[in-house]
Design a protein around this ligand. Sequence first.
Ligand code: GLN
Ligand code: ZN
Length: 772
Amino acid sequence: MTAKSAAAAARATVYGYPRQGQGRELKKAIEGYWKGRVTSDALRATAADLRRTNWLQLSDAGIHEVPTGDFSYYDHVLDTTVMVGAIPARHRAAVDADATDGYFAMARGTQDVAPLEMTKWFDTNYHYLVPELGPDTAFTADSAKQVAEFEEARALGLTARPVLVGPVTYLLLAKAAPGVAADFDPLLLLDRLLPVYAEVLADLRAAGAEWVQVDEPALVQDRTPAELGAAERAYRDLGSLTDRPRMLVASYFDRLGDALPVLAKAPVEGLALDFTEAAAANLDALAAVGGLPGKRLVAGVVNGRNVWVNDLEKSLSTLGTLLGLADRVDVSASSSLLHVPLDAAAERDIEPQILRWLAFAKQKTHEVVTLAKGIAHGTDAIAAELAANRADLASRANSPITHDPAVRARAAGVTEADARRSQPYGERTPAQRARLGLPLLPTTTIGSFPQTDELRTARADLRAGRIDKAGYEERVKAEIQEVIAFQEKAGIDVLVHGEAERNDMVQYFAEQLTGYLATQHGWVQSYGTRYVRPPVLAGDISRPEPMTVRWTTYAQSLTGRPVKGMLTGPVTMLAWSFVRDDQPLGDTARQVALALRDEVGDLEAAGTSVIQVDEPALRETLPLRTADRVGYLAWATDAFRLTTAGVRPDTQIHTHMCYAEFGDIVQAIDDLDADVISLEAARSHMQVARELAVHGYPREAGPGVYDIHSPRVPSSEETAELLRAGLRAIPAERLWVNPDCGLKTRAWAETRASLENLVEAARTVRAELSGS
Ligand code: GLN
Ligand code: ZN
């Protein structure tokens, strides 16, 4: 291989593309189908249209090989479950009766049958449906979708590359089926699964596929020798098949680490690696194995999951280094573009100058094509693009939006003492107890109360100009009155105002902070037909004025009981936004923390005695590689403490996290130095409480006793039973009584009944305690 021939061959590609369409046509068609308003033929036609539009757009933009099979009605892991025939027994009949309806039954469940569990796709905000496997799982190949979509693209005269979830990643993402021992290792099924992949590969070859892309993102996580051995076996077996397309094994989201030498040695024809954040590590590892002689290297140099314009010169330099390391070097985004919105050009409310800093899927595609052209034909061929890119990067770097001297000076002046409360936990609790005067096992809720149709209508009316701001606020106040009156009557001890004014726990704050941008069309798939529009954290963050104080003080004016102030924490503000990439995350988190710290201070000054700072995202943004976790947890806990540590000893700081599995971050949770934490626990029968106890967690905790993910009303006896289980792990002086999470998705009737039962359960157990 020579660098020169590798350069001349350089081409542009992407691993996958947003599915929804510019007007979210797919969402509308699928939801219409569920409601019986769209026929299955019409649904299929919409889907085929969207695929065609995407492929033609990609190919017109200069993408050489378009991805196929990445499209999905719901989720690509569920599609893989169908492809390998791993249909759970409880869904078999529905799938046999009607493939489409059966597919949606697996995704969403039916009246009688539970859906597959859903969880996060690596460290993104996309959710996949977890395969359920067991020793009895029998795989069968169903290549119909893959073959059909490949043929659709071919019929348009395009070069297409089918995209599969790889067998190792598929098994590593799976869990034990219901009824199977929880410690069942799905990887044991590899030998049974590989022949099915072989069949699919043969079918794709027969259909004319030259290349397939086999995605193995699970290999960028820490893997045991056994898991690496499985990867080695998988690609040795699949690689030695004669009747197959050439294979490009794709990795993304992080560095390949120990898996790189395994794949480099495997008899496959290509590797795709992430050269964004993982660039240095992947480059070193690649050099250490002597490059990829005889192989195709696809270099993900354009970040596939942020929204920022690429630094083309930097990417060209990375590509330049790579050219000597493989036979052919192609250019791509670092991951599927599924994780970014479709087209920045659709944004009308963002200043044109700032819009030029943004790159969504369409713009990223263009960047990839430009880079491939620059490699193949020399930088002169892309001189105009390079000049424009330089200007855009300079405008971003020098903008007062990204560099607010006041924000920077304040952040630079933060001392360690700012992030430390004036008294340690043990000393300040008596002051809080004296101030709050709460009973044993105090009852509270997580913050939100049902978002009623009236509230949604009020917001729509405000947007449409049918009511003015004052009219809207009257409706919010009416809601707060109802929420406070109900809680008083039910006998809850620490009240909330109900969050009626909030559309979303991140967006609400983003809209009020300087430095955030909102998009009109920046939709990305969260799961199935649910799309979210994350705000864009573009600049230095400051808080022009208080954001929540008037609502909390209004609520407090209606009652003598304490009303909790309610804020979204800095880590969650970052996790559920598109975050700037021009400074370390920790610096951005510190700015957000300082803005929130002012809000905490204002709440306290207004008389608020309990303030909750929610961090449901703390666990989910944990880096994929263990080695990176320490650094992350350090800035994350610092930011939380900076937000909360300025309060008086007798002001009680609460935090909330939804996650059930957090054994690996208990220390970090303790380091937050919050006084009280509420957590999800009802479904796991207080498992969390036992984990806290095992770790010697010293603070007050409210493991949830009411599962809010279902409309079911738990009886007071059942709730009391959970409380008693909680008491076996956490002493009564430190145990709180609360639901698992916020109530915004619930209806009022079930909320009322469940909370009344919760209060009754607390009273029952208190009586038992004073009797004993
Ligand atoms: N305070 C928020 C609520 O109750 C917390 C939501 C969450 O944890 N995701 O809605
Ligand atoms: Zn929650």
